[in-house]
Ligand binder design. Structure first.
Ligand code: HSE
Length: 433
């Protein structure tokens, strides 16, 4: 049997401690799967004294993660520090320069520097395993990078952030306020160190950028993703969605269109009958549309120590077996720039909510503006009735038939300028399930 594979882990937070614990507890069971034993020989973290639930005996301690990364005591460097730059980037570069394979859960790092790091790894025949970076325990990277080889993929989409899904689910099911749900998500360890990365959609965008690169053979290009978070979603939207037969989810979508590749992270309305609409709480889900295998949907834990560590360990086992492809599926030098299709060209149906002053001609004016922009309406619903002449606006919800984003934006700008509504219009895209 081959000599043991020696692992250095930098970052002993929830995921790092879980990964080290699994490798110790399941050491014997892993040997036949990996073809050799896997041993943690070095670690690096901020504070040495903490009890992290695994045995540090015999494991070398490094204060500097880059020193661990380049150390002769390891074969594989596992980066679980996080952050797009700083110590995580320095350590991963040091590992690749020293000829060590890398395993990471760091989507921010790869979404920002993935092309350059993949070039470095490819040049030395090294692996960068990042199954843990996208949708936690769901093996979606392996699926799109290896299992989908026979397919032309037209769309990959999913619920890629557990914190947002948890917040939206609790707001919808329990009528709770956004802030209360966010606090609970933080207490449960789902949220990023800075939760704005979750709620403003950046975390989902990092994951989508990696998926899109593999699926479309293009460079990782975070800047080509259109982004909207969930902080503007209100109880009124959730209630209206429910009445209209939809659920609101933060979706990451990358799809091939006639104009190019459209990539977006936005709140979206999914019909309640869609499988992904039923994915609740902290769970993630990813669906892949391929021309050969049809649609595959995977659902599972997208955050949390053991689920994410499970993906880390699976990458380590692949490296132990010598099973790895170029980090982004094809050699980094063959990746093409993204042929981007902007949001103005997005085609689909829309939900619109307006606070309309209750006066004669207001609804007719709104319908006229929609018609002038070539938009056909599926439904228009006004709730409640104010006193005649009252200045209190009433909510009006509209569902459109398929149109283009440039048309809906044009119509909403004109409606706003007409003075029939209070505040800004709310607009949510309806996703084809
Ligand atoms: N904060 C992330 C989430 C953790 O909520 O999904 C995994 O990336």
């Amino acid at each position: 049997m081959s000599r043991p594979l020696r692992i250095g882990i930098a970052g002993l937070g929830t995921v790092g401690a879980s990964a080290a614990g699994i490798l110790q507890r399941k050491a014997n069971a892993i040997v036949p799967k990996a073809g050799r034993s896997i041993v943690v020989t070095g670690v690096s973290a901020r504070s040495r004294g903490k009890d992290r639930g695994f045995d540090l005996e015999g494991i070398a301690w490094f204060d500097d993660p880059a020193e661990l990364a380049a150390s002769d005591e390891i074969d594989v460097f596992v980066e679980l520090i996080g952050g797009a730059n700083g110590p995580a980037k320095a350590a991963v570069e040091a590992a690749l320069a020293a000829g060590k394979h890398v395993v990471t859960a760091n989507k921010a790092l790869l979404a920002t520097h993935g092309n350059a790091l993949a070039c470095l790894a490819d040049a030395s025949g090294l692996a960068i395993g990042f199954e843990a970076a996208v949708a936690g325990g769901i093996p979606i990277i392996k699926t799109v990078r290896e299992a989908a080889s026979a397919n032309t993929i037209n769309r990959v989409f999913g619920i890629l952030n557990g914190t947002c899904n948890y917040i939206l689910t609790r707001m919808e099911e329990e009528g709770l306020e956004f802030d209360e749900c966010l606090k609970d998500a933080q207490a449960l360890g789902y949220a990023e160190a800075d939760p704005t990365a979750d709620i403003e959609g950046h975390d989902s965008a990092h994951k989508l950028a990696l998926l899109a690169s593999i699926v479309f053979g293009s460079e990782v290009d975070l800047n080509s993703i259109y982004l909207e978070g969930i902080s503007a979603i209100s109880q009124e939207d959730l209630r209206a969605a429910d009445e209209l037969g939809y659920r609101i989810k933060l979706l990451g979508v990358a799809q091939r269109t006639e104009q190019g590749i459209e990539q977006r992270v936005t709140p979206a309305m999914l019909p309640k009958s869609a499988p992904m609409a039923r994915v609740a709480g902290v769970l993630n889900a990813v669906a892949v549309d391929g021309d050969a295998f049809g649609e595959i949907t995977m659902v599972g834990a997208g955050a949390g120590g053991d689920a994410t560590a499970s993906a880390v360990v699976s990458d380590i086992v692949d490296i132990a077996r010598g099973r790895f492809s170029p980090a982004l599926g094809i050699p980094a030098e063959s990746l093409t720039p993204v042929s981007r299709s902007g949001m103005q060209a997005h085609a689909g149906a829309y939900y619109v909510r307006l606070n309309v002053y209750d006066r004669p001609g207001a609804l007719a004016g709104i319908a006229t503006r929609m018609a002038e922009s070539g938009i056909s309406l599926e439904s228009i619903m006004q709730k409640g009735r104010g006193e005649t002449g009252s200045q209190t606006p009433l909510p009006v919800t509209i569902i459109t038939h398929n149109t283009m984003e440039e048309h809906i934006r044009e119509a909403l700008a004109r409606i706003e300028a007409d003075g029939h509504i209070e505040g800004r219009p709310q607009m949510i895209r309806i996703e084809k399930a």
